[in-house]
Design a protein around this ligand. Structure first.
Ligand SMILES: CC(C)(COP(=O)(O)OP(=O)(O)OC[C@H]1O[C@@H](n2cnc3c(N)ncnc32)[C@H](O)[C@@H]1OP(=O)(O)O)[C@@H](O)C(=O)NCCC(=O)NCCS
Length: 185
């Protein structure tokens, strides 16, 4: 069933110093539920080290236009990011999204936040095509992307091994000219 888009306001904004404690707590918790969904096939110890280094990076650097926090009615619930695929100026940007707290999953927050991020990326970059990359076990991410108009553009079959089961690696793409705008509530 298509979830109602959230009744609470979802916005993207620059990271603030006051966000660091909550971001650090969620990013560096090795038992956080999001770790079972965001590339869980990578060794956990390596992910923990990467996340600790990332939290340190956030503490040492100011906000970045290619990375925003997701704010739901004043509560920081996650982050979106983007990076340009090489070569610079080639028009291909890859987008990422992470909502830390499972209490905010499945209610339309991700659709709203990634939709805002697509719009921001089209407004502020020369992107011609956007991609998101996930795996076959992440049904929420796949459905969210397709609801926004992304289409499957690559599938490497059985490329990811997680708890003894093989899943496909899946990439979705969206052309600038295909963007229909944010889904209406
Ligand atoms: C993936 C993620 C961003 C999605 O955000 P969200 O707020 O949960 O997504 P939405 O509620 O907007 O949409 C989820 C879609 O999955 C469906 N869904 C919800 N719960 C589901 C479940 N348990 N199983 C399968 N599908 C489910 C919803 O019905 C909706 O699809 P629809 O619009 O076709 O009906 C979020 O769950 C998250 O951050 N998860 C952990 C980290 C992660 O996986 N990041 C992405 C890495 S590539």
């Amino acid at each position: 069933m298509t979830p109602a888009l959230p009744s609470l306001p979802v916005t993207l904004r620059d990271r603030r110093t006051s966000d660091l404690p909550i971001l650090t707590r969620w990013l560096t918790d090795p038992a956080a539920e999001w770790r079972r969904w965001d590339a869980p096939y990578f060794p956990a110890a390596g992910t923990t080290r990467t996340m600790e280094a990332y939290a340190d990076y956030l503490a040492a650097h100011g906000p970045d236009a290619d990375e925003q926090v997701i704010d739901v009615d004043g509560v920081v619930v996650g982050m979106v990011n983007r990076s340009e695929e090489e070569p610079e100026g080639g028009g291909w940007w890859d987008l990422g999204i992470l909502i830390y707290d499972p209490a905010y999953w499945g209610g339309g927050v991700g659709t709203r936040a990634l939709g805002l991020w697509v719009q921001d990326t089209l407004d502020w970059t020369d992107a011609h095509v956007l991609t998101v990359t996930t795996w076959g076990g992440n049904e929420r991410m796949l459905r969210l992307g397709k609801r926004l108009g992304f289409r499957e553009c690559a599938r490497v079959r059985q490329a990811r091994l997680w708890e003894g089961v093989r899943y496909d690696s899946v990439q979705l793409d969206l052309l600038r000219g295909e963007w229909r705008g944010l889904p209406q509530p």
